[in-house]
Design a protein around this ligand. Structure first.
Ligand code: PAF
Length: 284
């Protein structure tokens, strides 16, 4: 496993890779089993795997957690070592954004502007810009994104289609703790009490999913199930939405593949999670 920290070294490595497919896993580090699931999937489907570790300042708002976002490169490298990763790209902010960097990739429309886009202005421009830059540097055949950040996944897929980028975006299922909480680097912010309460979010989503699997197709009934379940918990609901997977519009009837998405606060930590509602299938 080779650790590369500069753009020029990554470029010269890439020019030597004539044959063989490259699977790319972009991360912000502080890795957990959700990231390792992306790495293992990339490993199974490609000849070599590149993982990037970069806490991207562009995707954090001025009052968000950029400064305190957990970082531990040595720990991340220890976790990646046994996974057969070829390259870990761990650049500095100056490598990714030199002082004269002047470009932004802006995705428009509901995918960028609703839900997480509304709650975190500028966030998805930051994500699209860094993913574009990283994909252009690594030039992978496939790039792996988790369903946990479903809106991000759909937005990146939209950007790749719109700009005809020669990379396949591969979605990977969310990895959950035994009590259902979706794995996230930000879970380290939770106090022990908050950590126990946080499981109310997946419980609420799975309660609604159970109704969907029993045949309920009215989106408001599903949204209301989440609200009712969370009302009995210490979580403060930010939004709950049933949005289709293509255009990302709020649905009244789940008559096409859709996501039930929710965001909620516990203390000062904001949790997001979702489940897939596929009318063609019984479950994810
Ligand atoms: O999901 C993440 O960790 C980040 O948003 C990503 C895709 C690595 C871009 O910084």
């Amino acid at each position: 496993m080779r650790v590369i920290q500069t753009v020029s070294e990554l470029r010269s490595w890439r020019t030597t890779q004539a044959g063989g497919s490259i699977g790319f896993v972009p991360t912000m580090g502080y890795l957990h089993d959700g990231h390792l699931a992306l790495v293992r999937r990339a490993h199974a489907e490609n000849d070599m795997v590149v993982v990037s570790i970069f806490v991207n300042p562009l995707q954090f708002g001025p009052h968000e957690d950029y400064a305190r976002y957990p970082r531990d490169l040595e720990r991340d490298l220890r976790l990646l070592e046994p996974e057969g990763v070829a390259i870990v790209f761990a650049p500095s902010v100056e490598e990714i954004y030199p002082p004269d960097f002047s470009t932004a990739v802006v995705v428009r429309g509901p995918l960028a502007e609703r839900l997480e886009g509304a709650a975190r202005p500028g966030h998805f421009t930051g994500v699209a810009t860094v993913v574009m830059r990283l994909v252009n540097l690594v030039q992978p055949h496939r790039a792996y994104f988790g369903w946990k950040d479903a809106q991000q996944l759909l937005l990146v897929r939209r950007m790749v289609r719109d700009l005809a980028l020669p990379v396949e975006i591969v979605p990977v299922p969310t990895v959950r703790e035994p009590d259902g909480l979706a794995m996230s680097s930000r879970n380290v912010y939770l106090s022990p009490e908050e950590r126990v309460s946080a499981a109310a979010l997946p419980r609420a989503l799975f309660a609604a999913l159970a109704r969907f699997q029993e045949g309920e197709r009215n989106a408001e009934v599903l949204r209301q199930t989440v609200r009712t379940e969370l009302a009995a918990s210490p979580l403060r609901l930010d939004y709950v939405s049933v949005s289709d997977c293509e255009v990302f519009q709020e649905l009244e009837q789940v008559d096409r593949p859709a996501l039930l998405l929710a965001a909620a606060w516990i203390g000062t930590t904001r949790l997001i999670d979702n489940v897939l509602l596929d009318p063609g299938k019984r479950s994810r």
